[in-house]
Ligand binder design. Sequence first.
Ligand SMILES: Cc1cc2nc3c(=O)[nH]c(=O)nc-3n(C[C@H](O)[C@H](O)[C@H](O)COP(=O)(O)OP(=O)(O)OC[C@H]3O[C@@H](n4cnc5c(N)ncnc54)[C@H](O)[C@@H]3O)c2cc1C
Length: 417
Amino acid sequence: MLIDKPIFEPSEWKLTKQQKQLCEETRIIASKKFEKRAAKYDLDATFPSENYSDLYEHNLMGICIPKEYGGRDADLKTYMLAASEIGRYCGATALTFNMHVSSCLWTGFLSDQLEMDKDTRKEHHKMREMHYERILKKGSIYAQPFSEGNASAAGKTAFGTIALRTEKGWIVNGKKIFASLSGHANYYGVLCTELLEINSKPSRSNTMYIAIPAHQKGVRVEGDWDPLGMRGTVSRTLIFEDVFIPFEEQLMPRGIYYNAAKQWPHMFMTLTPSYVGIAQACYDFTVRYLRGEQPGMSPVKRRMYPTKQLTVAQIKIILEQTKSIWYQSISEAKPNPSKEQLMRAWAAQYSVMENVNEIARLAIRTCGGQSMLKSQPLERFYRDSRCGALMLPWTAELCMDMLGKGALYEQGESDES
Ligand SMILES: Cc1cc2nc3c(=O)[nH]c(=O)nc-3n(C[C@H](O)[C@H](O)[C@H](O)COP(=O)(O)OP(=O)(O)OC[C@H]3O[C@@H](n4cnc5c(N)ncnc54)[C@H](O)[C@@H]3O)c2cc1C
């Protein structure tokens, strides 16, 4: 099988040696192994377990674990570039992989750049050593269930999942919806609100980030999973009923997640690489199909029709625009970005999540009826591509909301009397 060219050609996009290497690894594994399994995971709405065995075997589960712990030491940008190559061949694998990798990014690259006093830093290093060891030595998978169906995942209120502090740990009660990897992760990296007393008022500044072992007493997965797209993510509902969690299961010391989320807004862009990959896959498919080179289809050429050429041009323009703003935004990601950088991040998120669906729509319209049969991947790309804009905290709507306000108001300005 031919392996496609990189989404970001290393010399043209000035990738580092490490970025080039990791993108090549993910591109090869995903195109050789994940692509052929993607249709089945999608059809059955089952978790891509075999792909995870491959990721572990190829030493990629610790892609963002710092070098001193034995990981591959990728920073935010490097990870996002490498993950886009996975999304190109299996969107659901890339999206779930993101949930796993996020636990390493929050606790590794991101928190290493935050200020912490010496004792907190020491405590943090001790905690993460345990989590990293599980990932690297046992192949443990970490999920990232934040959403609760209320305003908390949008960053507007405290999480309704409550961790009541006791002498030896917490008693956790709550519910998480859309928990990708549910029933398949070994640990759920849960955001919850710590309460010191049962009747105290929940506050966002008491957000805790803790790892709940999947088999801990009181943890339950419930509900069906039969969605439109991203079906292999198996994002069912998680219930926590009086789950006891010892203190050492924290992923970050108390208070640190809240600061990290405020200071590192670009972290919320980690949901985009899967969709950058799908956008590229739609373009690749369209070109192959119109040239009569799509495997499994009769070699009929359609490229000579002017209307098809025009649509391919339109797709290419949208793809290049999307890649460019995304690349700029992930290149300038840093703690406490400027207002312009933050607004560009929202614009980049919006562009990826909306444009991928537009590209998929144009690809189906121009390739024609046979291209949307289930025997071809384009109809899956189309369905998967619709999911990106719905993902909190930066849904397409919320990005527009923040951009509009950001453009018209400076800090402290208000028209309310
Ligand atoms: C395939 C897939 C996988 C997912 N995997 C995960 C996962 O692993 N972990 C995870 O945590 N989540 C995951 N999600 C969930 C996702 O991030 C969203 O939380 C979810 O789609 C929200 O669904 P909802 O219907 O509750 O959304 P909405 O109703 O749109 O939003 C929920 C709440 O947010 C607030 N809100 C929404 N829009 C606005 C607005 N414009 N202005 C102000 N407030 C607003 C409102 O209070 C609203 O009630 C996944 C989603 C999908 C589709």
